[in-house]
Design a protein around this ligand. Structure first.
Ligand SMILES: NC(=O)c1ccc[n+]([C@@H]2O[C@H](COP(=O)([O-])OP(=O)(O)OC[C@H]3O[C@@H](n4cnc5c(N)ncnc54)[C@H](OP(=O)(O)O)[C@@H]3O)[C@@H](O)[C@H]2O)c1
Length: 304
């Protein structure tokens, strides 16, 4: 796995176990597995011998991911064993609909005796300035429904299986933006911050239960989610293979959190001195956006 040079400086804070555990044989539920980070993580985990339960809305994309996983396993790619036996199961569900979440969890629990890891990865992002959001409270409600309430519901429904075995892990996929606020993303950031707070509470309560809770606060990752936003092409973006590797590493070492060094530094700064650090951050984003905008204009002029 190659680290992108401009983004190489990541840190890990394993609190629970420094010993890597084997992935082979684990049953891992991954939401948002029809594209991006979730798809790639499912493939990497299956290659290392996990059975993966793929959840998302687009059934045909889930079927494609399943086919690709099965064919890689059949060809003996990576450490995966069990040729001819499927390593991937698909559970199409719309996680913005509570009845669909319930049906999805029921189907997973009926099919699999245990659930070793739940990766709450499905998510949506909304980029809109607050001044343009004044008549759009539904933006905040929609992001909250998928990024927080759906993850919370999946967790509450699958956790009892883990508690029965005194073993398991919840991996919640979040963003650096939940740690170092970004202008124009209030709806998205608030929903991921709720997920982060939920993770922390779970982790404390489940301390001695054998169940770990991990939060992954990603920087920008090059996926379908970032594609429509032109300015992202001018900013460093993590490669999706590397991003999926964070999930694989998290399952192996069960850290409390993984994020970038910059996000960690800002977490400390905003806790200690919120006024000055948010002001500084605001100025930093303003300057960065102005620089990127200049580059976009230049590129457009050269193109025309
Ligand atoms: N890309 C980034 O820069 C970045 C940075 C930080 C954090 N993240 C987080 O990483 C996670 C994965 O994002 P990605 O970048 O890989 O984007 P992506 O390629 O757009 O993947 C999003 C996934 O979520 C699923 N999804 C969306 N709405 C859903 C719904 N209502 N029900 C079920 N599944 C739904 C999508 O599948 P269907 O459309 O088939 O339902 C898709 O599989 C998200 O939680 C995102 O917030 C991304």
């Amino acid at each position: 796995m190659t680290a992108s040079p401009r983004l190489a400086n990541y840190s890990d804070t394993p609190l629970m176990s420094k010993q890597a555990r084997a992935i082979e044989g684990l049953i891992i539920v991954i939401t948002g597995a029809s594209s991006g980070i979730g798809e790639e993580a499912a493939k990497q985990l299956a290659r290392q011998g996990a059975t993966v339960c793929l959840v998302a809305r687009r059934e045909e994309e889930l079927a494609r991911v399943k086919r690709e996983i099965d064919s890689a396993v059949d060809k003996g790619v990576g450490a995966a064993k069990g040729r001819g036996r499927s390593k991937a199961f698909i559970y199409p569900a719309d996680l913005s609909d509570n009845a669909s979440i319930e049906a999805c969890c029921n189907a997973i629990l009926a099919k699999h005796k245990s659930v070793d890891v739940l990766v709450n990865n499905a998510g949506r992002s909304i980029r809109r300035p607050l001044r343009e959001s004044l008549d759009r409270p539904h933006d905040f409600e929609r992001t909250m429904q998928l990024n927080y309430f759906a993850a919370m519901r999946m967790t509450l429904r699958l956790l009892p299986r883990m508690l029965e075995k005194s073993s398991g892990q919840i991996v919640n996929v979040s963003s650096v933006a939940a740690l170092m606020s970004t202008p124009r993303f209030a709806a998205y950031i608030a929903s991921k911050a709720a997920l982060d707070a939920f993770s922390r509470s779970l982790r404390i309560e489940l301390n001695d239960s054998g169940i770990a809770v991990t939060t992954l606060n990603y920087p920008l990752v090059k996926t379908a989610m970032t594609e429509p936003t032109k300015i992202y092409n001018y900013l460093p973006q993590m490669d999706v293979t590397e991003a999926a590797g964070w999930i694989v590493d998290a399952v192996k070492t069960r850290p409390a959190r993984r994020t970038t060094n910059l996000a960690r530094a800002f977490t400390v700064a905003t806790a200690a001195a919120p006024g000055p650090s948010l002001q500084l951050l605001g100025q930093f984003y303003k300057r960065m956006l102005a620089r990127v905008q200049k580059r976009i204009t230049r590129a457009e002029q050269q193109g025309s």
